[in-house]
Design a protein around this ligand. Structure first.
Ligand code: HMG
Ligand code: MG
Length: 296
């Protein structure tokens, strides 16, 4: 049976804005975040503490954390010790680390092989867990890699198992370039739910090939009740050629509500939040549900 309630992890302020060609002003990002909070979003990726040379759009991470009202669980992405240190100094208590299953993608994204990334992360995660920090591990290229093609589910599961052994609280498993199909989504998430029954399992779909909603429905059937989504469907990793936006929060919330599954998110207020960011971004905003609600 399907879950009665689903948790939406809004990744718009991070995944959504990191791929923007033009810089979005800190104040405009904060307005967007506030709008999302007002719409009922309880878990959100606020920003990332990464090298501003690599991702200039996230250079204001400190100001974003400082300017955001504390409410629910607020993640920041951190790739290394320096990022973790800065995030903790900024007052974050929920950190997301990220690594790709495929080496070629990981090198393009973090300048390390997957094994090198894992070796560096192990003591850092150990320390974070000792200090009581919530740790989410984001697993990129869990289905397909833009450079290597299909990724074996066994390889994804092996990487997830290392993180689970190190005590992470959550695995966010990503279809980075939006290539997975619903049969693959069902197959992988079924195995992950069975293998890691006490770890939070979250699905992160990009919608490049318009299969994200179907992939979510497939994952729901395996018991997954946490989904990363981005308001307006913005998003994409700058180091994953061909990746477009994340599945749109409003599309997912609408589908779930139509299925009598609760999310706690108000679609009228969500469309107000999207309106706040719409004029500040150059990537296309997902229309559909947003247009319906905006014009009510
Ligand atoms: P590097 O060049 O190998 O490392 O980059 P470095 O140590 O030589 O650092 C380069 C410069 O950045 C240095 O500055 C460092 O001090 C600085 P310089 O001395 O040249 O002036 N630096 C930092 N500055 C601020 N915060 C930091 C930091 N670290 C170093 N934390 C590095 C390695 C990991 C830093 C780089 O590759 C990087 O920042 N990568 C981030 C890439 C990224 O953000 N990708 C998008 C997020 S992941 C994603 O979108 C996927 C996801 O959505 C799931 C999915 O869909 O698949 C999560
Ligand atoms: Mg992503």
């Amino acid at each position: 049976s399907l879950p009665k309630k689903v948790t939406i992890i809004e990744v718009g302020p991070r995944d959504g804005l990191q791929n923007e060609k033009q810089l979005v002003a800190t104040e405009d990002k904060l307005q967007f975040i506030e709008g999302l909070q007002q719409a009922g979003v309880e878990e959100m990726e606020l920003t990332s503490f990464v090298s501003p040379k690599w991702v200039p759009q996230m250079a204001d991470s400190k100001e974003i954390v400082a300017g955001t009202k504390k409410m629910g669980r607020q993640f920041v992405l951190t790739p290394n010790e320096r990022g973790i240190q800065s995030a903790l100094e900024a007052g974050s208590d929920a950190l997301a680390v990220f690594v790709g299953v495929s080496d070629s993608f990981n090198k393009k994204n973090i300048n390390k092989s997957t094994a090198e990334s894992m070796e560096a992360l192990k003591p850092l995660i150990h320390k974070l867990k000792e200090d009581g920090i919530f740790v989410r591990a984001c697993i990129s290229t869990a289905f397909y890699c833009p450079f290597e093609g299909a990724v074996k589910p066994e390889d994804t599961i092996r990487l997830c198992r290392q993180f689970v052994d190190w005590g992470v609280d959550e695995l966010s498993v990503a279809d980075t370039i939006g290539m997975a199909n619903p049969a693959e989504s069902y197959h992988l998430f079924k195995q992950l739910k069975e293998a890691f029954p006490t770890t939070l399992i979250t699905a992160h779909f990009h919608d490049t090939r318009k299969m994200a909603l179907a992939n979510i429905f497939a994952a729901l059937q395996t018991g997954v009740d946490r989904f990363d989504t981005s308001a307006g469907g913005l998003g994409g990793c700058p180091f994953a050629p061909g990746a477009t936006g994340n599945v749109a929060t409003e599309d997912v919330v609408n589908m779930l509500h139509r299925m009598d599954i609760e999310t706690g998110i108000d679609l009228d207020l969500l469309s107000k939040a999207i309106e706040k960011i719409e004029s500040h971004v150059s990537n296309p905003i997902n229309t559909g549900i947003y247009t319906l609600y905006k014009n009510r």
